[in-house]
Design a protein around this ligand. Structure first.
Ligand SMILES: Nc1nc2c(ncn2[C@@H]2O[C@H](COP(=O)(O)OP(=O)(O)OP(=O)(O)O)[C@@H](O)[C@H]2O)c(=O)[nH]1
Ligand SMILES: [Mg+2]
Length: 254
């Protein structure tokens, strides 16, 4: 059964760039890989997708046919995706591959908060699907932003009912110490707690309770530092996905 790896995260967090870099890395190492663009609104991609939702859904047509503006069209398109998914699945099935990399729409909520995405995930195959949730350094570099991203990643996991690996994207843009601080927040909630206290962000009772609830849930996970620019962390991300899917068994091992 092939693996389906969905890149998800906030607008601009680096989903498309990492899809591209991950594909290049896999091909360099001789793995079969197929890229799928599920973002009907994207104008330019850093890779040539093997399967492209824009063949089925065109945002200009949606605006015209449904009498909606660009934002409304994105929402209609997200729902149309569910109606077209059987055809898209047929296009995917034409490839013989072990690995599908799925680049999801820019506005994450279009994919993770709508029931259509559930239909997509169910149709493509849930048994060997994993989410790669990308933490954008622009948002993850404050402790408050970091917690908001943890909450969003949980919401995506809950909504899609899939396992999730978490990565910090664009680490080439961070100073070493900045990156290490963010990684520490993922691996040691006490450091995150102290930094929140230092920023005066844990004065409201609700915030303390929320912080503790996430800690009890074991929601703070080590992030895999990655960069689509330098290729850093891509093998680690691949290994983590293998670990989740197959308990560490490498597809390439003979
Ligand atoms: N320096 C650096 N820039 C990156 C990296 N990844 C992405 N970018 C840049 O960040 C911007 C957004 O990257 P995308 O890959 O389009 O992000 P996305 O999540 O697909 O964006 P949407 O689909 O629009 O939500 C682009 O200008 C990329 O060139 C990275 O690893 N390093
Ligand atoms: Mg994109």
């Amino acid at each position: 059964m092939p693996a389906y790896l969905y890149f998800i995260g906030n607008a601009g967090c680096g989903k498309s760039a990492l899809t591209s870099a991950f594909k290049n890395w896999m091909q360099t190492y001789g793995y079969d890989v197929v890229t799928v663009n599920l973002d009907p609104g994207v104008e330019w991609l850093p890779y040539a997708p093997d399967v492209d939702v824009r063949e089925w859904i065109n945002l200009d047509d949606v605006m015209r046919e449904y009498g909606v503006g660009p934002n409304g069209a994105q929402i209609v398109a997200a729902d149309l995706l569910a109606l077209k998914i059987n055809e898209i699945k047929e296009a995917l099935d034409e490839f013989v591959t072990e690995y599908y990399l799925i680049d999801t729409p820019g506005q994450m909520e279009l994919f993770t908060l709508r029931s259509s995405s559930h239909v997509v995930v169910e149709t493509l195959g849930k048994d060997s699907a994993v989410l790669a949730y990308l933490f954008d350094p622009a948002l993850a570099k404050t402790p408050q932003g970091f917690i908001s991203l943890v909450l969003q990643s949980l919401s995506a996991q809950f909504r899609l009912d899939l396992p999730c690996v978490t990565a910090l994207s664009k680490v080439d843009l961070l100073a070493r110490e900045e990156m290490e601080r963010i990684l520490e927040w993922g691996s040691d909630p006490n450091v995150l707690y102290d930094d929140l206290i230092a920023q005066g962000s844990l004065t409201a009772n609700l915030n303390v309770e929320l912080f503790r609830a996430l800690e009890i849930m074991d929601a703070y996970k080590p992030l895999i530092p990655t960069s689509a620019e330098t290729g850093e962390g891509i093998p680690d991300l691949y290994n983590e996905v293998q670990q989740v899917l197959y308990g560490g068994e490498d597809l390439s091992s003979d």
